[in-house]
Design a protein. Structure first.
Length: 314
């Protein structure tokens, strides 16, 4: 199959491209390198069935020409720096809502009929029901990132209904694993390398979230694409378990082998727009027969190991 992966040089995208090429697909990775890194693609750049395009979805005058050469679009591109999105308030609009619209419009005009979309648990906001199922509502996101993902979901559903585009929408838990480019584990390791005696943690450390290993994320996506055949397919993609920030900080300190003092804030969240507790119900995908290979705690441990010790610890 010919597959276009937007955000293909990112943390998840680069790993997904490697999986797809390894399974015989012809893949084009499309990335503006705002957060992605070309080096994450490694030897894929020399593979015959792989192409890399350094382009911006919001500016590309020939997006339709690129989309038309593919049978499936996997749309991962977004601004994943949630804090920066709150400082620069058009960032999530441009790289979230506008970018998604442009992808969908290119698909409509070239008759490409299948899209996978990376959404997020942030669309639920501060959900009262935990674990939170896919039919929970009302959906009241509290970050601009979450708002842009929810708006993008709505656009995809409307394009699916009006133009016969089949979609798979995945509301990701916090995805972790090799080659992290952002997030708590990435930040903790970086801070401890800069100052080994002290680790400052945003919030009180009780923030608790579902963590999902990147390989389980990819496994869940592809399982659903091959199994779920509705016009619009919406799934929580999660390990089903949760881990708190204090545990992550302690694991980073343990694996780095130092005796850093942990310093916590007093707030129940790390920043304005951060949801203190996210716990997703993955039963809908589980009912189709998919199960994650790692718990939240196991995913965190593996991701910390790779962040601390490097590529040999995958």
């Amino acid at each position: 199959m010919k597959i276009l992966v937007t955000g293909g040089a990112g943390f998840i995208g680069s790993r997904l491209c490697r999986y797809l090429v390894g399974n015989g697909h012809q893949v084009t990775a499309y990335d503006n390198l705002m957060l992605g890194r070309k080096e994450l693609l490694g030897d894929l750049l020399q593979k015959r069935h792989f192409t890399f395009l350094e382009r911006d979805l919001t500016l590309d005058a020939d997006l339709s020409g690129t989309v038309s050469q593919h049978e499936l679009v996997i749309h991962l591109a977004a601004n994943s720096d949630i804090l920066q999105g709150s400082r620069q308030t058009d960032l999530d609009y441009r790289h979230g809502i506008l970018a998604t619209y442009k992808v969908l419009e290119a698909m409509r005009t070239t008759d490409v009929k299948r899209i996978v979309f990376a959404s997020t648990s942030a669309i639920y906001g501060e959900a009262r029901v935990k674990p939170t199922p896919e039919d929970y509502g009302p959906l009241v996101p509290i970050s601009l990132y979450g708002a842009s993902k929810l708006a993008s979901e709505a656009l995809i559903c409307a394009f699916a209904h009006n133009f016969g585009i089949r979609s798979w929408i995945f509301r990701f838990a916090n995805v972790v694993g090799p080659n992290l480019t952002h997030g708590a584990i990435f930040d903790f390791v970086r801070r401890l390398r800069e100052r080994p005696d002290r680790l400052s943690v945003l919030g009180n450390g009780k923030q608790s979230k579902s963590y999902l290993h990147v390989d389980d994320c990819i496994s869940g996506i592809w399982f659903a694409v091959e199994t779920a055949k509705a016009e619009v397919n919406i799934f929580n993609l999660t390990s089903g378990t949760v881990t708190d920030v204090k545990t992550i900080a302690e694991e980073v300190v343990r694996q780095m082998g130092n005796k850093a003092r942990l310093e916590f804030g007093t707030e129940d969240r790390g920043w304005r727009g951060d949801v203190p507790v996210t716990w997703l119900d993955g039963g809908r995908l589980g009912a189709l027969g998919w199960k994650p290979g790692h718990s939240s705690a196991e995913a965190v441990q593996l991701a910390v190991k790779h962040a601390v010790h490097g590529a040999g610890s995958q």
